[in-house]
Design a protein around this ligand. Structure first.
Ligand code: SF4
Length: 253
């Protein structure tokens, strides 16, 4: 049992039994509480805190989160959205996945148009945003320099990725935003399923894979500024992915 697993175990042992009404919601709350305390990767701990101290000029009056960012959404979600890692001045500032930067603007507007997010914008943890039937997660929870976690950091954080995904027990559709998220999800699925397609399908925007349990994996370009500024990913393209997700969910079981 490594340090992260031990922390989860200890917290689970101390969960008050009379508060356990929804096992998924309670479990996810436990995992989230453990994630935000994690300091397993020295380079990322130093970076996330340095960014939070230095701040971007536009946000100099704000208190940065500067900690790991847990998943966000509906514990009963049938849609899971997989990104890469928190943005330095986005989720690392606000403490909510895909919140406070341009990538998040694109994602939440599209989720809202598809009926998965109550509001078109996600700007802070107390803005009233609510997810409906969707959960947003990422394989790395601390903002990495240049958006590039090392392999070791990714592997450290897989404990949290697995813990969240294991608790989301009604998933019908995964949407992977970018190749990094797709590969991370595929590794998770390999750890959980014996009969995945071989070889692993290559990543392509709009491509999809039917998984052995009947769930659908959809691929999309990441709504990074690099992709949206250049027109590689348009709002219509992202909307089409979530429209496909909506259709697949309605047909699920
Ligand atoms: S990246 Fe993940 S494992 Fe590493 S310190 Fe952050 S939360 Fe912990």
């Amino acid at each position: 049992m490594d340090a992260v697993e031990r922390e989860l175990f200890v917290r689970a042992q101390h969960a008050p039994p009379d508060q356990v009404s929804d096992p998924s919601a309670e479990g996810l709350a436990e995992v989230s509480a453990a994630i935000v305390e994690c300091r397993l990767c020295p380079r990322l701990v130093a970076w996330r805190e340095q960014v939070a101290d230095d701040k971007r000029a536009a946000y100099r009056d704000e208190d940065y989160w500067g900690r790991p960012v847990p998943g966000f959404g509906d514990p009963s979600a049938r849609l899971v959205v997989v990104g890469l890692a928190p943005g330095a001045h986005g989720a690392n500032r606000t403490g909510r996945m895909f919140t406070g930067d341009r990538s998040g603007d694109w994602l939440f507007r599209s989720l809202h148009r598809a009926g998965f997010a109550a509001l078109p914008d996600s700007v802070s943890r107390d803005d009233g945003q609510r997810m409906s039937d969707a959960w947003i997660t990422a394989p790395v929870r601390c903002a990495p320099p240049d958006n590039k976690p090392t392999t070791g950091e990714r592997d450290n954080c897989a404990t949290w990725f697995d813990a969240e995904l294991d608790l989301l027990d009604q998933v019908a559709v995964y949407v992977c935003l970018g190749r990094y998220g797709y590969l991370a999800l595929w590794r998770y699925l390999q750890r959980r399923m014996e009969t995945l397609p071989r070889p692993r399908p290559s990543f392509g925007h709009g491509d999809e894979v039917e998984l052995p349990d009947g769930a659908l994996l959809l691929m999309s370009y990441h709504p990074s500024q690099q992709n949206t500024f250049t027109g590689r990913l348009t709002a219509q393209m992202l909307d089409a992915v979530f429209a496909r997700a909506r259709t697949a969910i309605e047909l699920w079981r």
